[in-house]
Design a protein around this ligand. Structure first.
Ligand SMILES: NC(=O)c1ccc[n+]([C@@H]2O[C@H](COP(=O)([O-])OP(=O)(O)OC[C@H]3O[C@@H](n4cnc5c(N)ncnc54)[C@H](O)[C@@H]3O)[C@@H](O)[C@H]2O)c1
Length: 399
């Protein structure tokens, strides 16, 4: 039985830019201490160990995560490897009974989504999907506004992963580059679908029913190489992934979600987050909110945007209001909030706010969007990974 003052022993698997980048934030999370780190690459393990030592943390070093499972000295684990290995590694830890948090990705197949769900259900081991954008300041403010009824009945939402990452695509051996060369569709759907799913109570009274997708041509990388790296041998490699993929998702409650994946053309970063209900709308790209007031003449249609900076303090979610921004956190606090949430919930044996059903419903959009594009945009059924439980499941609040 865990004592409230016990510090949980954490392992981190995968020390690429994301895993090593999260280490400083992890050392700031109360209630846990990193005791083991692992990567296939010994140099990255050494680098990770040095990052921790600078913060006074001594962790054992591994290149084979199975050893961490075997030694039975780990209370929770963070899987931060790559799109191909997240799910199998997570399943190994879940089946070994070690509470697991896994970084985000799109699935390769529906089968692996089902395998993840079954592993969690059969083992009963706590699992959290590290969809950090659910903990974003704007996303949580919108969740609060939706739950307080300020937006009215939410009917429509948008999300996007608009992130020009062409600069990082110069090495064909990186898993993410390989994925964009060989696969297509919305390869990275969770940052866009996660927060809007939470607002629409997906898997807790609502569910994602179908997805229809279309894709643009794929000329972004060729144009990039022509202009900035004409001698790179990758210049002539065709990319299978469309430069822009657009998906329309229908929910069981009739709501509509528009998603965009856009990583191979020049543009500023945006998650294109937007939520619209019968009383108003909040938009990331506008950085503004519009709520129809009781005094407004509803027939004039001249609603004005109110800049978010004017009302941030009034709309902030309590999680953000209470959070003092951590200087070492590259994602402005949402990484810290999600990591702390996982540790709190493992310690308190509480249900996860972002769970295995969310992970499966969001990750499956990758193969389904590809399938839809191949069929000219034909709607693809999204499996009900809860096996019908979605209608009765209670929402787990972000607290
Ligand atoms: N939530 C976010 O904001 C966010 C941001 C960046 C990346 N990510 C996700 O984090 C993951 C990691 O990203 P990255 O850029 O660091 O990727 P990366 O491929 O550069 O690094 C992954 C690391 O995992 C290691 N690895 C792979 N298989 C392993 C295994 N079996 N055992 C031990 N180590 C193994 C690799 O050697 C590599 O060092 C990706 O899935 C990415 O989508 C999330």
């Amino acid at each position: 039985m865990m004592h409230p003052s016990d510090t949980l022993r954490a392992a981190v698997i995968g020390l690429g830019p994301r895993g090593s980048g999260l280490l400083p934030t992890m050392t700031a999370v109360p209630g846990m201490r990193i005791t083991a780190i692992c990567d296939l690459d010994a140099d990255l393990v050494k680098k990770g160990s040095d990052i921790l030592k600078e913060r006074g943390v001594e962790a054992e070093c591994f290149q084979d995560y199975h050893e961490i499972i075997r030694r039975k000295e780990t209370d929770l684990v963070f899987v931060i490897t790559n799109w191909i290995s997240h799910i199998p590694i997570t399943i190994d830890f879940l089946r070994a009974g070690i509470p697991t948090a896994a970084e985000v990705c799109g699935a390769s197949s529906l089968r692996e989504c089902w395998e993840l769900v079954r592993a969690q259900e059969e083992s009963g081991t706590p699992f959290m999907f590290l969809e950090n954008c659910c903990f974003g300041r704007l996303e949580l403010a919108a969740l609060r506004l939706a739950r307080e009824g300020v937006l009215g009945r939410v009917e429509y939402a948008e999300g996007a992963y608009c992130h020009d990452i062409r600069y990082a695509f110069l090495n064909p051996e990186r898993h993410r580059v390989k994925a964009n060369i060989h696969r297509h569709g919305d390869l990275y759907p969770t940052h866009s679908i996660g927060a809007v799913s939470k607002i629409l109570r997906v898997n807790c009274g609502n569910r994602l029913v179908s997805v229809s997708s279309m894709g643009s041509p794929a000329n972004g990388m060729r144009s990039y190489f022509d202009r900035f790296a004409p001698d790179n041998p990758m210049r002539d490699i065709p990319f299978a992934c469309e430069d822009v993929t657009c998906s329309l998702i229908r929910c069981a409650g009739g709501e509509l979600i528009f998603l965009k994946h856009n990583v191979l053309l020049p543009r500023p970063y945006s998650r294109g987050f937007l939520v619209q209900g019968t009383l108003g709308i909040i938009s990331e790209d506008k950085d503004a909110l519009h709520i129809e007031s009781a005094q407004e003449d509803g027939h004039r249609g001249h609603g004005e945007w109110q800049p978010l900076h004017e009302i941030r303090d009034q709309i902030d979610h309590p999680l953000w209001r209470d959070y003092a921004a951590s200087a070492s956190d590259p994602h402005g606090g949402m990484d810290f909030l999600e990591l702390r949430d996982f540790v709190r919930r493992v310690r308190g044996r509480l249900p996860m706010a972002v769970d295995v059903y969310d992970a499966a419903a969001w990750m499956c959009l990758t193969p389904l969007s590809a399938q839809s594009i191949e069929m000219g945009g034909a709607p693809q059924a999204i499996p009900d990974f809860t096996d019908g439980k979605w209608a009765e499941r209670e929402e787990v609040p972000f607290v």
